[in-house]
Design a protein around this ligand. Sequence first.
Ligand code: ASP
Length: 453
Amino acid sequence: MKVCKFGGSSVANAAQVTKIVDIVLSDPDRKIVVVSAPGKRHSGDTKVTDMLIACAERALKGESCEAAVQAIVERYAEIQRDLNLPDGIVAEIEKDLRFRLAGDRSHPGIFMDSMKAAGEDNSAKIVAQAFIARGVAARYLNPGDAGLLLSSDFGQAKLLEESYHNLARSLQETDDIIIFPGFFGVTREGKIATFPRGGSDITGSILAAAVKADVYENFTDVDSVYPVDPRLVPEVKKGIETMTYREMRELSYAGFGVFHDEAVIPAVKAGIPINVRNTNHPHAPGTMIVQTRRVVPGHVVGIASADGFTNIFVDKYMMNREVGFGRRLLQILEAENVPYEHMPSGIDNVSVVIQTRHFDEATQQRVLARIKQDLHPDAVTIEPGYALIMLVGEGLYYTVGMAAKATRSLADAGVNIEMINQGSSEISLMFGVRAECRTQAVRALYNAFFDDE
Ligand code: ASP
């Protein structure tokens, strides 16, 4: 059995939904279909999820949501009209949206998640109708009814383990094609909770693991995963044919938008291969993500990069002799609920790299004051404006001189490396550079490691 997930661009309009139906019907093993909310139809367009968030924000401020509701319903009505589906579905979607809007707003996170989930939920209902209209035995399945249980971290929910058992039971009892909304589940108390943004990938992976699928097909709008962001290196042509889970995890963490980094985990645990494919070119083989692959020493699979990082730099003579220094430093961040990403260190100094979005100005000031007060450093600075570049490949592990080759190419391009970290898995090398040098750095590394392609 195959679990297929279709992203927002694959449900953006009627023509795309038709492609979904065709793709699924072309292979009898495709039994479970996970869908996102309708995405952008063209570059200036707005995703339904963003429309829902804006609508919920207005509601929370006590402002009128009428125009927003009309605009959201119209996105579904357009699909319904163009596919000639029964009009009752649009009335049902509008009723659902108004019901959510009329819900309790005393906990903004709960209210927001219920609104956000409407995008996927109604997308799944309309896609199920599209299958039924083609005479196919298909049905929408609600994540709550299927037992997809999540923690109460609204907007950042995590899977509760018993979900696997529940889902296996709900999904295996049927011959119908199941259309399942991505992105959300319910808490034990029955509240709707969503994964982080882009989380329909996570739903697909969980379902694939629950039913022990032969493969998890993740349909998006590119032919394959590219070794580097084509916006930064437009000349990149050749996609990645096969990569390992570990490689994908490292790359998707640092800005490979094609696949959600958290979505790798359920598939890894269950050993399900992931196939990233293109809804618009369904015959292209796409990229396979698997447990192991034949590794060519020295071969790099991809270069990812992301900006929006802040570096806390702490310097103290004899830091290496001060037992508990690192723990106390991280405790200060923990007390502020700030997660850290990397922690490269020297003998007398340490950097802690943080995503700037978790670290507002007021928090920075409190952290700075506490570091000074509790750790008595010789110097401490907090500097925003960093980008991280990750060079990833199983081939790094086997090869001497990879770091030298990378640093030489960065030096030749005039990029100053502010930080270097080699992951203990030895399949990634992280470079911290000033954000303004990001493109230059990525291009330099691309030329050094992919010059033959
Ligand atoms: N619709 C959600 C988002 O825009 C989830 C997803 O598409 O995967 O983040």
